[in-house]
Design a protein around this ligand. Structure first.
Ligand SMILES: [Zn+2]
Length: 131
């Protein structure tokens, strides 16, 4: 059996987030980008996290601390709660999700509604509101 994608899509990594993270293909939807960013967090792939972040809000200065934090926790899974717009013909989209992880052995979660937008035609993460 091949490796399942960390984003929980049920697809193999090679058929899900890998081509997006490696730059072989662009995300078609905001949700695909969201999933690829979760997977990149599980890999502490801060290069991709920066690349998939809007140039306007990209947290360059926090790059090192994001990488360190992403490496320090155990990622447990992603649940997409709902999406609004963010489709192939949209310019913006919202994805509400929960990401579960263990930090110092304690279960934690990020419950966020993220805003995604196309920049030069490509989906990027802009910002998020936490619940
Ligand atoms: Zn995936």
């Amino acid at each position: 059996m091949q490796n399942l994608c960390p984003c929980g899509s049920g697809l193999t990594y090679a058929n899900c987030c890998e081509p997006i993270i490696s730059g072989k293909k662009e995300s078609l939807t905001a949700q695909e980008l969201m999933r690829s960013r979760y997977t990149a967090f599980t890999q502490a792939n801060v290069d991709y996290l920066m690349r998939s972040h809007s140039a306007k809000t990209r947290p360059i200065k926090e790059r090192k601390s994001i990488e360190k934090w992403a490496r320090s926790v155990n990622w447990m899974g992603l649940t997409i709660i709902q999406t609004q717009a963010g489709g192939a013909n949209d310019e913006i989209g919202y994805v509400e999700f929960k990401a579960l992880y263990l930090e110092n052995g304690k279960p934690q979660q990020i419950h966020e509604k993220s805003l995604f937008q196309r920049e030069n035609g490509i989906w990027v993460y802009v910002s998020g509101v936490h619940f």
